[in-house]
Write a protein that binds this ligand. Sequence first.
Ligand code: ATP
Ligand code: MG
Length: 435
Amino acid sequence: MLNIRMPEGARMIMDKLSSAGIRSWLVGGCVRDMLRHRIPNDWDIAAGADPQEIVGALDGFCIIQTGIRHGTVTVVAQDDCFEVTACRCDGEYKDMRRPESVSFTRSIESDLSRRDFTINAMAYSQKDGLLDLYGGRADLRRGLIRCVGEPTRRFSEDALRIMRALRFASELGFSIDPDTAAAAQALKENLDAVSQERKLSELRRLLLGQDAGKVLICYREILVQIMPECRALIGFPHRAASTEDIWTHCANSVDLAPKKFNVRLAALLRDIGKPYCRKVGESYPGHAEIGARMAEHMLRRMKLDHAALQETVALIANHSAVPEPEERQIRRALHRLGAGTLFDLYHLRRCDRGSHLDLEEKQELEKVNKAHELTRRILERGDCYMLSTLAVNGDDLKQLGYAGPELGAKLEELLMLVIDGECPNTKQALLQRLV
Ligand code: ATP
Ligand code: MG
């Protein structure tokens, strides 16, 4: 028995459409999520009418004309938003991204046939029940991502679907059907034609998914198509004595990282510089710095936003330099990185450790945990590590005749004395240092 509890707002919209003679269905992700007993992210309704007819029929509702050209309006009902889209059939695809033309249809069957995967191509209405033309429900039960129709054709139409297949596999913990996976591998080069923003958005969700490590390892060739700077990590030994390559080692560590995009990205990319550095014993001096520069270049091209880029690059640059569990060093690290990035660095460092720890690694882990604990204490105590909490400020120094860059340098010098525990953070003590 199908247990679909439609939100009240959706029911009201669908009833209103119905009274105007328009058939409508819940479609896509929300049907999939309801069948899995999960709360959907968003609600999509497909309606068998032209966009203008839909708008006319929904007179009285608050309607936001978000994408009317593509046949979509957002309708507000019962304090919830619903995307209502006219059933579509896509024209021919020529650029591996989007159809040349889109036309509207009354047929839900045509609308479902242009959807990407069987699990995303089901529709539901109270009148028709579940419409499952491609075996989506069985694939949900089996945990399978499978294209609607012929995979090669579907990935040739829109190469973003390749990344979407990987993303859903990771998010849902599903596997990819062999024919779909083979077509995705074969057509990976078509991803070059897809916009960076769309690829990055899928990569973000892939990395935050429950099965990120497995997908990264299984579909490494597809991932290095969008991140070619990582290609050299494949086959590059992680340790002299280990058969694991750096890509596999880093991909596995992604699963151990907290579900924060910048930390997971840094976990994946942190050793990107190693193949380009000289090896000394088991280490590669300078690899963190070189890796940070490579990652910065790559992530800028991938259009990662500035704040996330800065944080990720800082994590990579510092990943092998976690401060010792010693107050002065930790205050210095807080000054350099800020509290947020320093905590992320501890998380990153912890997930770097494999499951079989040797003695040296156990000691290293203990050190990270101690440093983390000490950082918490330092912050709770309210130690000063930045100019904004220093007991003297620019005005105090101006009164003593300082100005311009000399004033800035002096303030920084006083701050470092406080950070290093060489001077208490009081106005009197700090001003005395100036005479
Ligand atoms: P979630 O909202 O949890 O990410 P979703 O399945 O709703 O999952 P969306 O990206 O919101 O994913 O897309 C909504 C629906 O539109 C999908 O379920 C699918 O049916 C269809 N769809 C989205 N992108 C594509 C695409 N590139 N090719 C074909 N169908 C697509
Ligand atoms: Mg959605």
